[in-house]
Each structure stands twice: as structure tokens, then as C-alpha cells.
Design a protein around this ligand. Structure first.
Ligand code: GAR
Length: 208
């Protein structure tokens, strides 16, 4: 069984989707052993506690810069013996000391179709605001491996939704979460834990 460590910063609906999938027996080959939050007040922590999962708070604001914060994260991931790290609404970019120590072992969910509306500064509702401002007719979410460049690692799964003319960022966010994120993130985690993702030439392929 692989040890899955989930990192969160906010509401934790993606964490909840992972917990629910685990309860239904849909995460094959792994189990969530710890939830790490970058904020002490993240509701995601309540979700973890309700599910009986061990929690750790590493508050970003208590560290002077990304490098020292990332070192603390790395130490905790090593202590937890993480086989897979899942960034589920984790709003801090991790320094390369973490990404280099866990190559192709960190998965992120991004609420747009990478390479659109991604990279530094694109997170949470800002992503959906940008998509609506641009006027795209479809959007979606991407589950990908994390490397040293923000939102630039190998894509594992993507899914789309229609953008409607009267959408607000909140409405679009909700449609993408319900239809794509909450389904594809647990699926990608299970595929990883079953060793069904292969990397070739820096790209990820799902073994069927
Ligand atoms: C989700 O839409 C997730 O894709 C996004 O923030 C939301 C977190 O919701 N993540 C990012 O923007 C990371 N760049 P949640 O806390 O309810 O899972």
C-alpha cells in the first residue's frame, strides 16, 4: 500500500472527493495517511479529522520565504514516508528542493486546461476569472505531475466542461469541480497507486 500525503490550503472539496473515493474502495493500492495544511484555519483540516486522518499544519506565514517553507515541507514528507504527494487546492508553490526529491511523485489538480490559464498567479477563482475574461467556450481541469516550473509538469488526465454566457467565476468553478476535479483527481491517484502511469520523453501515459 502506498502512503498518500494530501496537501491543502482551503475548503478541501478535492480532499473530500479523495476521502469519499477511498471509503468506496476506489483508491486501489494506496491510502491517505496524512493531510498537511499551509493554513491553520483551513476547513480541509476538519474534513481530515472527521475521516480520522492524521493532520499537520505547516503555516506558510510562519516562514520567511519559499525556500525555508519548502525545506519544512520536505522534512515532513520524509517523516511521513510519502510515496505520493497530492496537492489538492494547495496554494503555495513549492521550491525545487521538494520537486527534485519527489520526481513524478507529486500530483496537482489545476482548474483549467493546461497550458491555458496556468502558472504563477493563476490559482482558485483567478483562473476562472481569466477564462471568462478571455471568452473561452470550454474550460476544465488538469491533473498533472509537479516539476520545478509552476503547472508545467506532465499531464495525466484532463476533462472539459462547457462555458456558458452567463457564468460567473463561482458558477464556472463549481461546474468544473463537480464534473471534472472531483472525478479525475481520485482516478489519477488510484492509477498512480496501481503503477499504471508510465513516463516517456517527459510525458505521462496511462496504461490501459
Ligand atoms: C480547486 O478548484 C483547485 O483546482 C484549485 O483551487 C480549488 C481548491 O478547492 N487549485 C488551484 O488553483 C491550485 N493552483 P478545494 O480546497 O475545495 O479542493
Amino acid at each position: 500500500m502506498k502512503n498518500i500525503v494530501v496537501m491543502v490550503s482551503g475548503g478541501g472539496t478535492n480532499l473530500q472527493a479523495l476521502i469519499d473515493a477511498q471509503t468506496r474502495g476506489e483508491i486501489k493500492g494506496g491510502h491517505i495517511t496524512c493531510v498537511i495544511s499551509s493554513r491553520a484555519d483551513a476547513y480541509a483540516l476538519e474534513r481530515a479529522k472527521n475521516a480520522g486522518i492524521n493532520t499537520v499544519v505547516l503555516a506558510r506565514k510562519e516562514y520567511p520565504d519559499s525556500k525555508t517553507y519548502s525545506k519544512a515541507v520536505l522534512d515532513e514528507l520524509n517523516r511521513q514516508k510519502a510515496d505520493l504527494v497530492v496537492l489538492a487546492g494547495f496554494m503555495t508553490i513549492l521550491d525545487e528542493c521538494v520537486t527534485k526529491a519527489y520526481p513524478y511523485k507529486i500530483i496537482n489538480v489545476h482548474p483549467a486546461l493546461i497550458p491555458s490559464f496556468c502558472g504563477e498567479g493563476y490559482y482558485g477563482l483567478k483562473v476562472h476569472e481569466a477564462a471568462l475574461n478571455y471568452g473561452v467556450k470550454v474550460s476544465g481541469a488538469t491533473v498533472h505531475f509537479v516539476n520545478e516550473k509552476a503547472d508545467a509538469g506532465a499531464i495525466i488526465l484532463q476533462g472539459t466542461v462547457e462555458v456558458k454566457s452567463d457564468d460567473t467565476p463561482e458558477i464556472l468553478q463549481r461546474r468544473i469541480m463537480e464534473n471534472v476535479e472531483w472525478k479525475l483527481l481520485p482516478k489519477a491517484v488510484s492509477l498512480f497507486c496501481e503503477d499504471r502511469i508510465t513516463i516517456r520523453d517527459g510525458k505521462a501515459y496511462v496504461d490501459v
